[in-house]
Design a binder for this molecule. Sequence first.
Ligand SMILES: C[S@@+](CC[C@H](N)C(=O)[O-])C[C@H]1O[C@@H](n2cnc3c(N)ncnc32)[C@H](O)[C@@H]1O
Length: 273
Amino acid sequence: MDDLDFAGVERREWFTPKVAAAYARDFARAADMVVPALVARSGAGPGKRALDLCCGHGNVSAGLLQAGAEVTGLDFSPAMLDMARAQVPDAVFVQGDAMALGFRAARFDAVTIGFGMPHLPDPPKALAEAARVLKSGGRLAYSVWCGPDVDTALGYVFGAIADHGDPEISLPPGPGANDYADPDIAFPALAAAGFAAPQMVRVESHWQVDDPAAPYRFFLEGTARGGALLRPQPPHRAAAIRRAVVETVLARHGSGPRWTVPIPAMVVSATAA
Ligand SMILES: C[S@@+](CC[C@H](N)C(=O)[O-])C[C@H]1O[C@@H](n2cnc3c(N)ncnc32)[C@H](O)[C@@H]1O
């Protein structure tokens, strides 16, 4: 599609103010539902210092603050950080790379990564950095969307792309979108980074929509991976993908006029050794 590598595509997408704003406006309505589980599993609370990696527009940071923690959010996207600073004025937000943190060792009691893992070219590097900046006994909690093996809007959209998309349009090699929701991948990676007692829980989240094409639009406008695959589609293929998503929503969730479209997540947590 172009000559950017995975990191370059991620950077291009998340640095685009329209993509960041659409994520915060639409897609994150489902991500927001996962925040309480993420915060609870991070152990954040009064007297604790929490670091929110890939903080985006600050939804997880807001949850950590509400739990009573002192919060630092980190993201590489200036567009996301502008929104986070405006929406969560009581947290500190810094620009940085989740795979190369500028914090001293053992500075934090809790680290969260809300839906950031699949966007990192090297997720084990981010886990190692999280382990380094956590105190011994500190907690890491991250969230990842469930894969298409369960009933999820993510499966509707990526299934439609596989069936109707231009086979010439693909992403550069990188981690799978749902790799770290798989305990066979996540738990050994956590152990290798120095974490113990890994746990994984499923969290139900969804979108309430009055347009059965909304999930197509949410992925098109407000995601890095989905946008990079959907935006370059020629019009007839884009229309076929959109139609397939609508048909799946109607077939699985009735004729409307409102739909509850599931997009469940896994929350994974572990303790720093
Ligand atoms: C899907 S959004 C998640 C936002 C928020 N944490 C949530 O739970 O809804 C992923 C975020 O990761 C950020 N991101 C991607 N790669 C990054 C990197 N290497 N370092 C820091 N942030 C990164 C993006 O800018 C984006 O804000």
